[in-house]
Design a protein around this ligand. Structure first.
Ligand SMILES: NC(=O)c1ccc[n+]([C@@H]2O[C@H](COP(=O)([O-])OP(=O)(O)OC[C@H]3O[C@@H](n4cnc5c(N)ncnc54)[C@H](OP(=O)(O)O)[C@@H]3O)[C@@H](O)[C@H]2O)c1
Length: 267
């Protein structure tokens, strides 16, 4: 008997996650959407179901709470949602001086960007293993490739996502589970990302992409079972150019560039 399979997407109520949900819906995938409460997730689920004639369900929770990833898993099992694609998209960015960073700011980046992604991967892997072909797509960032001053928590959390994804991809070689990591540069998804992208002037404007373009690149790459997905040729150039610079110059440039972000986003 053919199984009715679902794609689970975290952070699907807005930004890149919402675009991923719409793109997956357009490909005929049934969806399980997860996001914070009271942010319009039900509407997103209903509209995608109507437009693309797919099954959708939603679960509202704060994934930075310790018991939340398990609650999502238990609920989806209870509802018999047979997940064959897990997309860990929910994440929080931000720039701050570490020494004066708020405890909640620090916790959010560790508990959401790292812990929730790890726990959901752990809980769903046994289910993913039962499919002939299945996928995990973790949303990282181009910031994963450098230890970025004033984005110490964010860039380190995304470096974790990159390394974690690569490690488990190797562990799962020979199984049907493919693990990919999507590393976008700037995407204008909310007021803060707008300010951040603008703070980088011409470079910010030249390298930014729309959430739709990032979602398409991510899902197409994932389905081709690629590991590293960096949307936009220019962002590959940023990566290569940024990596060949001597480390001392890299750090000087990063301090200069990201100090602008802290100043622009300071309340
Ligand atoms: N935008 C960029 O420039 C950029 C660049 C590189 C990488 N990324 C990565 O792409 C991913 C999506 O970013 P985005 O810019 O699309 O962000 P966004 O517009 O702020 O959307 C984030 C999504 O995650 C949800 N979310 C936030 N905190 C949550 C929590 N504690 N529990 C459950 N859901 C939560 C949000 O729900 P609500 O709508 O309910 O708040 C929203 O659906 C993140 O991992 C980010 O690091 C973004």
């Amino acid at each position: 008997m053919k199984r009715t399979v679902y794609t689970l997407i975290t952070g699907a109520s807005s930004g890149i996650g919402k675009s991923i949900a719409w793109y997956c819906g357009s490909l005929g995938m049934n969806l399980v959407l997860v996001s914070l409460p009271d942010e319009g997730l039900e509407k997103v689920a209903r509209e995608i179901a109507e437009k693309h004639q797919v099954k959708t369900a939603f679960f509202e929770t704060d994934l930075s709470q310790l018991d939340s990833p398990k609650a999502v898993f238990d609920w989806s099992q209870l509802e018999h949602f047979d997940v064959n694609i897990l997309i860990n998209n929910a994440g929080v960015a931000g720039a701050s001086v570490f020494e004066t960073s708020d405890v909640n700011y620090i916790d959010d980046r560790i508990l959401l960007n790292i812990r929730a992604l790890v726990m959901l991967s752990r809980f769903y892997l046994p289910i993913l293993r039962t499919h002939e072909k299945s996928y995990i797509l973790n949303v990282g960032s181009l910031a994963a490739f450098w230890p970025i001053p004033f984005k110490s928590l964010y860039s380190s959390s995304k470096a974790f996502v990159l390394y974690f994804s690569k490690s488990i991809r190797s562990e799962l070689k020979g199984t049907g589970v493919s693990v990919s990591v999507l590393c976008p540069n700037g995407v204008r998804t909310n007021g803060t990302t707008n300010v951040r992208i603008n703070s980088h002037g011409k470079v910010g404007r030249l390298t930014e992409l729309s959430a739709g373009a990032v979602a398409k690149a991510g899902i197409d790459g994932m389905l081709k079972r690629k590991f590293l997905i960096i949307p936009g040729r220019i962002n590959w150039l940023v990566l290569v150019f940024g990596k060949i610079l001597p480390p001392v110059i890299q750090q000087k440039l990063l301090v200069r560039e990201f100090m602008k972000e802290v100043l622009a986003t300071r309340n």
